[in-house]
Design a protein. Structure first.
Length: 458
């Protein structure tokens, strides 16, 4: 009996020792120096499944993004220069007009009457001029006779003074009458111009984008303190600008001539090329209190959908281009505390600045399927990639995801390429699918042969 008890105890010891050995194989020492199970972080015996990407040589463009609104390059607001009632609007909103087309007709009866009145005033002034000229000639002859009589002593000095005063007065009245003629002529010119302004023509080729008045309404002429009536707005929609609001923190590299890509919110599946035309010189403040500089971007619309005035849009302005640089997906670069990096990573690394709290790190996949924390020096970034100026060579593979793995990823961790596994599974599935018909065919053939043999034996 005791032999059975001893044997049972020996078996228990062996099983317990094997279990401890398995547990020990699944333990690892973390960067903090403490031991933990590999399974605790989701890492299985074959490694943590991650996505990898290779450092590649390519070009990268740094951009500055800004919101804004689409506006025509040329836009004209049509207002009346005279106060009158609208009697005709030949075009409606959305109609195309050519330069010189009549777009507004005003009631011209009062204006025509004013022209007639001005012409009558001219005739009155001309009559006054004739009378003043006759009076001037009479006074001139009179003062000549008085001077001759004064020289002979037949008239006194006082009588000569009266004659000369009358002459000067007549000459003044003549000049006044002459100026009255000029005033009357100028008044006629002004009244005729007002009459011409009763017909308003389009100053440019374009589209009526807004109509603010109807036939029968009376338009008001603007003054210094009061704005006049805007009857309509005509815009050339063939040339459009994006009035972008570039944040003051990003305005420094923006210059005229830089290329840009414009994204119109109304057409999310389309994008337009553009170029910077002008950069505002005065800082403005938006409704949210953020300072910005107005930047005009000419949008290329040839062969594209016609853009409407007032559409909201965003733009990416290309401010700097880098050629033949090493770049990797931006999510591969993570920040790690310098004092938590392993000693073999920190010691002797010229890229590591020990005076800083954090360092930029990427995790390189070594040949033994383990991670290597590598300190790198980063350059500019675009929307997806970051330039690596030092610390990484072309072709080296780095961990780019998933994010939840990158957050806790550490040095010398066992990993595996999950994308490669997915491809292997897909190939296996494909082979299985390809073999199935053949296998079925072979099976059918075997069954047929068996049936044939049985028939022969029968």
């Amino acid at each position: 009996m005791w032999k059975w008890i001893v044997g049972f105890v020996v078996v228990l010891v062996v099983v317990a020792g094997g279990g401890l050995a398995v547990l020990a194989s699944q333990m690892e020492r973390g960067e903090d120096g403490q031991m933990r199970f590999k399974f605790a972080s989701g890492e299985g015996p074959e490694g943590e499944p991650v996505s990898l990407a290779s450092a590649e040589i390519g070009d990268l463009t740094r951009t500055v993004s800004a919101p804004g609104g689409i506006e025509p390059v040329t836009s004209v607001q049509i207002s009346a220069q005279v106060s009158a009632r609208i009697v005709g609007l030949p075009f409606r909103e959305g109609d195309q007009v050519r330069e010189g087309d009549v777009v507004v007709r005003l009631d011209a009866r009062d204006l025509s009457a004013l022209v007639d009145s001005a012409e009558a005033q001219l005739k009155s002034a001309e009559a006054q001029l004739d009378g003043a000229d006759a009076e001037y000639k009479r006074a001139e002859a009179e003062v000549g006779r008085v001077r001759e009589l004064f020289d002979t002593g037949d008239l006194s000095k006082s009588e000569l003074d009266v004659a000369e005063a009358q002459f000067l007065s007549a000459r003044s009245m003549l000049k006044q009458a002459e100026q009255g003629i000029e005033i009357a002529r100028a008044t006629i010119k002004q009244r005729r111009k007002d009459l011409d302004n009763a017909i308003i023509a389009a100053p440019i080729d374009g589209t009526i984008v807004q109509l603010n008045a109807e036939v029968g309404e009376t338009v008001v002429v603007g003054t210094l303190n009061n704005a006049g009536s805007v009857i309509m707005e005509i815009a050339d929609l063939s040339k459009m600008l994006l009035q972008a609001q570039v944040d003051e923190a990003n305005i420094a590299p923006i210059e005229p001539g830089q290329q840009a890509i414009v994204y119109v919110n109304a057409f999310p599946d389309e994008q337009y090329q553009g170029s910077v035309q002008r950069v505002g010189l005065k800082r403005q403040v938006g409704s949210d209190g953020v300072g910005y500089f107005q930047t005009e971007i000419l949008v290329e619309t040839e062969g594209k959908r016609q853009l409407l005035s007032g559409l909201t849009a965003n733009t990416d302005i290309e401010v700097e281009r880098f050629v033949d640089v090493i770049k990797i997906p931006s999510q591969a670069v993570v920040d790690r505390r310098v004092d938590e990096l392993p000693d073999d990573v920190r010691d002797g690394d010229p890229l590591l600045d020990r005076s800083r709290t954090f360092a930029s790190v990427v995790y390189v996949a070594n040949g033994d399927s383990k991670t290597e924390a590598r300190v790198v020096r980063t350059g500019p970034s675009d929307l997806t990639h970051t330039v690596i100026t030092a610390g990484l060579e072309e072709g080296e593979r780095v961990v780019v995801g998933p994010y939840k793995t990158l957050v806790d990823l550490s040095h010398d961790r066992l990993i595996k390429d999950r994308d490669a596994d997915d491809e292997g599974d897909a190939e296996a599935d494909g082979l299985a699918d390809d073999e199935t018909p053949a296998t079925q065919a072979e099976g059918s053939g075997d069954d047929a042969e068996a049936d044939s043999d049985e028939d022969g034996e029968a």
